[in-house]
Design a protein around this ligand. Structure first.
Ligand code: ADP
Length: 488
């Protein structure tokens, strides 16, 4: 089967997962070795235990057989023993739980088996021979991977012709062995489970500082670098150099950002006065001079528009730099919403060619509705959103302003039927100096990438918020939310 290769995503690995795997392998290996050792030790222990039991039980049975042998008359003893005699000797024995008793001698092999007949005569003969050959007459013989028999062979009273009495028990059916193997299995299972839980918990604990650092890192934003240092207290020693270097880097960045802000603030201040003067002169020439040709008037008009645009941009920059330095004053007063909306609409209709619709007349009790915030800043925010809607839509496409009163908040939406914004850009566009990838700037329009970041900053300062919904090819809906003022 061909393997899919994704060049964009090199294989990744997780430190935690690796650590767990390595630890699990080590622990498992260790468990297996200790298991092998304990099994060997228990087997020896069990062997001793079994030998004792078999010796005791075997002797008891042997005595009963020997008793019968003792009772034989001299003539009978002389004729002893035939297979029939062997059977006769075995008869009084009480056997259960798969125990087997047999006599092997010159006459052959006679056996008594309790329970189902599980061993063939050949097998029994083999067991008997093995035990007889062993020193002490005891042997444990494995009949399969799971089963074994304990065999005890003892010489019967009388001569060679009487043979051996052999006593045999399946090992795994013995209650002591059964209980022991169950306890062992249970203990091993519990041990593995406990090891697993301890491993996972310790891995979590070990990586807690790393997770804390990544949370701290995620909370750092470029425009809030003040105090954005990572805490080195309680950090693992291995990570200290990285944390300290990061903190030094943040300090350098903070200094650079400060210089940049100061530069922007100075430039905005310095440019404003000459621009106002230029705009004043242009206006006065345009208004008072009768000798201007149409072409000259048009050129001066364009110059005046550009000065106005520059002025707006400088105001935006100044607002941002004031906000960064916590010097921006935005009110949070109760004010009547309707006049601000009408004011914003008037300005927008004068500034843009697109038809701008509104549903103010259809909103119930709008004239009485009061919200909390700064009326001038709200007009500025609405103006920004309508400006964007008009800028990115064709000039004949309508733009709409909708008002929704929802309980404790009012939502003011600016809706356009422009190009829409790709979903993966919807968060980015609220950042400073950022333009949406995939949204073309119409010819003749300019863009600073500041408008939406100012709207966000102002709305937050008023205790409100801004959000966007957009579908590529269908248009966008930008919504401002403000809290409703407490009704008297
Ligand atoms: P600017 O418009 O000056 O670039 P903004 O901060 O106002 O800056 O907007 C950021 C970006 O969001 C724009 O560059 C544009 O890509 C996108 N955008 C904003 N409003 C709209 C809109 N109504 N329709 C399509 N794209 C928009």
């Amino acid at each position: 089967m061909p393997t899919a290769v994704n060049p964009g995503h090199p294989q990744r690995w997780f430190l935690t997962r690796r650590l767990i795997w390595i630890s699990l392998t080590v622990v498992l290996g260790q468990s297996l070795i200790s298991l092998a050792i304990t099994t060997a030790l228990t087997n020896r222990l069990m062997e001793g235990l079994l030998q004792g039991t078999m010796q005791r039980q075997g002797l008891k049975a042997l005595n009963r057989v020997n008793n019968q042998l003792d009772q034989l008359t001299a003539a009978q003893a002389k004729a002893c023993c035939t297979l029939k005699d062997y059977q006769h000797f075995l008869k009084p024995l009480e056997l259960n739980d798969g125990k087997v008793a047999l006599i092997v001698g010159q006459a052959g092999l006679a056996s008594r088996i309790s329970g189902q007949d599980r061993f063939s005569t050949t097998q029994l003969r083999q067991f008997a021979t093995e035990a007889i050959d062993e020193e002490g007459g005891f042997a444990i013989i494995h009949t399969s991977a799971q089963n074994a028999v304990a065999v005890k062979a003892m010489k019967l009273a009388g001569g060679a012709q009487t043979g051996h009495f052999v006593y045999l028990r399946p090992v795994y059916a013995m209650p002591a062995v059964k209980t022991q193997s169950m306890i062992k299995f249970g203990a091993e299972l519990v041990l593995i489970l406990v090891t697993g839980v301890v491993l996972v918990m310790s891995a979590k604990r070990v990586f807690q500082p790393v997770r804390r650092i990544s949370t701290d890192l995620a909370s750092i934003e470029l425009n809030t670098l003040d105090g954005a240092t990572l805490s080195t207290a309680k950090a693992p020693i291995e990570l200290l150099p990285i944390l300290e270097e990061f903190n030094r880097m943040v300090e350098r960045l903070r200094q650079a950002a400060l210089n940049q802000k100061q530069f922007a603030s100075t430039i905005s201040h310095e440019f404003r006065t000459p621009l106002t003067v230029i705009s004043g002169f242009l206006q006065s020439v345009l208004n008072r001079s009768d000798t201007l040709t149409e072409q000259q008037r048009k050129a001066l008009g364009i110059a005046d528009q550009e000065v106005l645009r520059l002025n707006r941009m400088l105001s935006d920059l100044l607002d941002l730099s004031r906000a960064d330095n916590h010097q921006l004053s935005v009110r949070r007063d109760a004010f009547s919403l309707l006049p601000s909306l009408e004011h914003a609409l008037r300005l927008a209709r004068a500034a843009h060619r697109n038809p701008i619709h509104d549903d103010l007349a259809a909103v119930p009790n709008l004239a009485d509705l009061e919200v909390v915030g700064d009326p001038d800043r709200l007009v500025q925010c609405i103006g920004n959103l309508i400006g964007n809607a008009a800028k990115y839509s064709p000039p004949d496409q309508p733009v709409a302003l909708e008002v929704n009163h929802q309980g404790t908040a009012v939502e003011i939406s600016v809706i356009d039927q422009g190009p829409g914004i790709p979903a993966d850009q919807l968060e980015r566009i609220f950042e400073r100096f950022t333009r949406a990838e995939g949204v073309a700037l119409p010819k003749g329009e300019s863009s600073s990438g500041l408008g939406l970041s100012i709207v966000t900053m102002l709305m937050q300062a008023m205790g409100g918020s801004v959000s966007v919904q957009s579908t590529v090819g269908q248009g966008s809906r930008f919504s401002l939310r403000l809290p409703v003022a407490d009704q008297p």
